[in-house]
Structure formats: structure tokens, C-alpha cells
Design a protein around this ligand. Sequence first.
Ligand SMILES: [Fe+2]
Length: 384
Amino acid sequence: MSQVTDKKGHPSAPPSALDWGVPPGILVVDDEPAIRDLLCEGLKGQGYHCAVASNGHEALDLLRREQFSLVLSDIDMPTMDGVRLLKNVREAHPDVEVVMITGVVDVEVALRAMRMGANDYLTKPFNLEEVRLTVEKALEKRRLVLENREYQRDLESKVAERTVELVLKRREIEELYEKLQISYETTLEALAAALDTRDTETQGHSMRVSEYTVVIARRMGVKDPELTEIRRGALLHDVGKIGIPDAVLRKPGKLTPEEWEEMRRHPEIGYRILSGIKFLEPSLPIVIAHQERFDGSGYPRGLQREEIPLGARIFAVVDTLDAMTSDRPYRRALRYEDARAEIVRNSGLQFDPKVVEVFLSIPPEEWKAMHRRIPDTRDPTRTR
Ligand SMILES: [Fe+2]
């Protein structure tokens, strides 16, 4: 038997363990002892293992107990003829090839057998050289079929393996990305809380306004990634107050005109601080425009109406709501209803009427519940 090789000519795994290093087994089935013995001896002489059976039943019995690669079967036999045997072999032993042996008169039957899955047929009388060539051809065909199947199976298992690897890698990357996002958010929230503490001695304002901004933005049809950009902008809106001296930022009384000048620089300072931080760049328009007013009387650029980014227009409304409804060191929180009235009064002046409309469409209980979810936390290290 020739060695099995893959497509590059290297020895490959055997298509079937039966064939590897073991001469193929051939089962000769014929009711005439002289013919089957002649065939079997001839095949043994050519290096094959050979067994004989005198009819289809005997043959199936042997096939169940021993491994064969090929059945050479007479067609015309008593008890179970060759055609029925062929049918049984195709069903129960699909990897076993069948070559039919027929008398000249049976050629029609032999052709029918071919249609039923026989590999080839030999016509009596035959010589051993003819048998050798037919057997070799049948075994070669079987080898190619098995090898191809093994190759396919190997390919499929490799594809399945790679697919699993890719899915796992993708999941790993997604998890890492999620962790990175969480770590970004936590850092931003810590920074915002620190800013709140310095400014008002309480924490929670920045977190609340960012949440409120998202609630309104979502109702106005904003979706991610813009939603996240707006949320981050609202969270970090006052980052520029880092650049305002305590004497101004924390002055208990009224600010002088010069001090106001100083204070009004904080949106631009914030913009400069955050510029160059790639993932925060889309949030910069909100940071720089968060003190603008709808009627153009805000700062630093005096933008009006839709010139002001939507995120900043939404922020302006919720910033007023939260500032009025939160405790401050110098006054107690006002009622939601007071803040609501103030917002309505300034609709079209300080605030975008469309944003005010959406704000009013959310029931007061919802706003109050949101406020309770993120309470003011007074900094315990401050005594003033
Ligand atoms: Fe501000």
C-alpha cells in the first residue's frame, strides 16, 4: 500500500486507523468455492489480507466481527445475493468499498449495482491482473475519500479552535475596555467631588447635574457616544475653578468687579486644563460654554440660542435647579417649586425654552427622587 501524504507531499495522519501499516483486508464473497479460493489466494499473493464467505449472510457476519476495506462479491448467490449484500454494506459499513463480480449475462444487474453504490464490477471470466487493477483502483478511491474527510474534519476543528480563541480574545478586550471606562469615570467623579468640596464644601453637586443633564438629553433624543460626552462635560464643568484663588472663590461677601473678572475666567481655564486629554475633547464645548445664556448675556463668548451647544443649554437649567435645591454653607436649600418657578421665569432669557419644556415634562417627584439618590455630603474635615 502506498504511503498516505498530505497536499504538500508530507506523510499525513492515516485516514483511518485500520489502514495504517496494515495491509487492507478484502472479503471475497462467492458461492463457488473454486472461484473464491482462487481470488483469495491471488490477492494474498499481492500482499492483501483476505477472507472468504459463501453468501451475503456469512459476509455480513464477518464484516461485523472484522475490519475490511473492500468486498468483492458475486451477484448471483443463494440465500442473500450480491445486490442485497451491497445494499446492506452501504448502509452498515459505508467506508467499505464493494466491487461486484458478474457473469457476462448479468451486466445489466452489475450496472444497477453501480448505481446503488458499488465501486466497480468484474466480469467472469477474469484474469488476476484484471482483478489486481480493479482492486487497486477501488482502494485508491476509498483512500482519497477517507483522506479528504479527515482533512475536512481537521480543517473544521482548526476553524472551531480559532473561532473559540477569537471569541475569548474579544471578550478579554471588551472586559479590559470596560475596566478602563470604569477607571476613567471613577477618576473623573473623584476629581469632580474634590472640586465641589473646594467650591461649596459639599459633594454631590457635579454628580447630580451630570445625571440630570443626561436625563433631559436622553428625552431630547441624544444617544451615545454624545450622551457620554455631555455627561462628562457636565461633570467637569467647573474644573477651571482650580485656577481661581481661594480669596475669590470662597469670599463670603460680594465680589468686586475685578474679582468677578477673575471668576469669569474659569470656563476658559477649564477648557485649557482639559485640552489634549483625548477622551475628554468631545466634552470641551460644554465646559467652555456652561456659563453662556440663551439670550446672549452669558460668558465667556456671549453665544446665543443654538450657538450654545445643546449639552450646555441643558446644563444651565439643571445647574440652577440643583444650586437652588441644595444646602449651601450660607443658606438652606430652597424648595423644588421655587427652583421650578425661577426656571420658568428665565425661559427664553437664561434658558432654552425647548429644554425648559422637557424639564417641566418630568414630574417633580422624579426630580426629588434623583436628588435623594445623590445626597449632599459635607466634607467632615472642614470646620468653617
Ligand atoms: Fe461654572
